[in-house]
Write a protein that binds this ligand. Structure first.
Ligand code: TXA
Ligand code: MG
Length: 333
């Protein structure tokens, strides 16, 4: 692990150009990067993460000028990138033949991202080649939002982790498909439908909110799951929460409750003398997003089951809920 600075970014870029893979911070989650033009390097990502081969990678660059090297950028795509990038938005564009199909899992499209994080862009601009990068976790595990989470999953498997700030968004970028007539959200994130519509002046479809099979392979797999079960309640019904905790106590000694301060207080009044680890969640969806994957990783070491109450109905709250539903295997109560 090396702290992000001009020198460590140079070293990391050297490794990338030599065909190695390197973990680096972004504002959303940590990424695991390889030279997107180097098929052997790309293969190393799939091995290190144990990632299914039919799940394509996002290509990261430091500036919009680099995008035309490997993707077709029409007027609307250019406008979208100018409006939102750098930012926590990934755009899916038609790919050029410069990008090997190992990166795009055989798709004729390529996902492109310019992170907001200055640390990420310092590394990317040293690389001079586009860097394809998934989140730097073992497949199925919660995404890494701290350098130590990357270390936990990938130590001994990669030569370098660039250690930066903890990620302040905390969930992955919004994925927006620009290859169909209507721009379509494939994965929700902090750049929400209404933010996109306001910025672009046209209506945007949110495929991720429709109950259909989505055209983004990553959405098919188990994801974001800690090693202990997560039981999710989305309506704040304290009676049900207490019942669930009682039921779990028949099988487990150590149970954690993640909820806002009001729900935590009300639950504490209702349970009698049973041990419960309490984590009071921040009051906003933004605050929850920033901490949730780190909390899952911390608590899986301390408890046998996590009961979580999340009832935020804001637009970004729904993006956070999209991740939580996967963490709990869609088992809500
Ligand atoms: O915030 C992020 O996007 C982070 C950081 C590291 O940049 N990266 C990330 O990568 O989350 P990953 O591999 O964990 O997720 C990539 C998502 C998957 O859902 C994948 O299916 C989708 O993007 N994707 C990639 N290329 C695509 C394409 N050509 N068409 C549709 N979906 C695509
Ligand atoms: Mg991921």
């Amino acid at each position: 692990m090396l702290a992000v600075c001009a020198e460590s970014c140079k070293l990391a870029a050297e490794l990338i150009k030599k065909g190695e893979i390197v973990a680096f911070p972004t504002e959303t989650v940590y990424g695991l990067g390889a030279n997107a033009y180097d098929t052997d390097a790309v293969a190393k990502i799939f091995v290190a993460k144990n990632r299914p081969h039919d799940n394509p990678l996002i290509v990261h660059v430091a500036t919009t000028e680099q995008v035309a090297e490997f993707a077709y950028v029409n007027e609307f795509a250019r406008k979208t990138m100018e409006t939102f990038l750098p930012g926590s938005l990934t755009v899916v564009l038609p790919k050029k033949s410069t990008i090997p199909s190992a990166v795009t899992a055989g798709f004729e499209t390529v996902a492109v991202r310019i992170p907001l994080s200055k640390e990420a862009r310092m590394f990317l601009s040293e690389c001079s080649v586009p860097v394809c990068a998934p989140s730097a976790n073992t497949s199925t595990r919660p995404s890494p939002t701290r350098a130590k989470d990357v270390f936990e999953d990938l130590q001994g498997k990669i030569p370098l982790i660039l250690c930066g700030k903890d990620c302040d968004v905390g969930i992955e970028s919004t994925v927006l498909d620009l290859t169909s007539d209507t721009p379509t959200i494939l994965r929700p994130g902090v750049v929400t439908k209404s933010v996109l519509e306001r910025g672009l002046g046209i209506s945007v479809r949110d495929f991720s909110a429709e109950n259909k099979k989505v055209n983004s392979p990553g959405l098919r797999y188990k994801h974001y799951a800690p090693s202990v079960p997560v039981l999710l309640n989305t309506n704040g019904d304290v009676v049900k929460v207490v019942e669930k905790i009682d039921e779990l106590h028949k099988s487990y000694d150590k149970i954690a409750l993640f909820a806002d301060s009001d729900v935590c207080d009300r639950v504490m009044h209702k349970i009698n003398g049973q041990e419960l680890l309490i984590e009071v969640l921040p009051p906003t969806a933004e605050g929850v997003a920033e901490r949730i994957f780190a909390l899952f990783r911390d608590y899986e070491k301390r408890c046998q089951a996590i009961v979580m109450v999340f009832e935020d109905k804001s637009e970004f709250g729904r993006s956070v809920l999209n991740r939580l539903m996967k963490s709990c295997g869609s088992h809500t109560f």
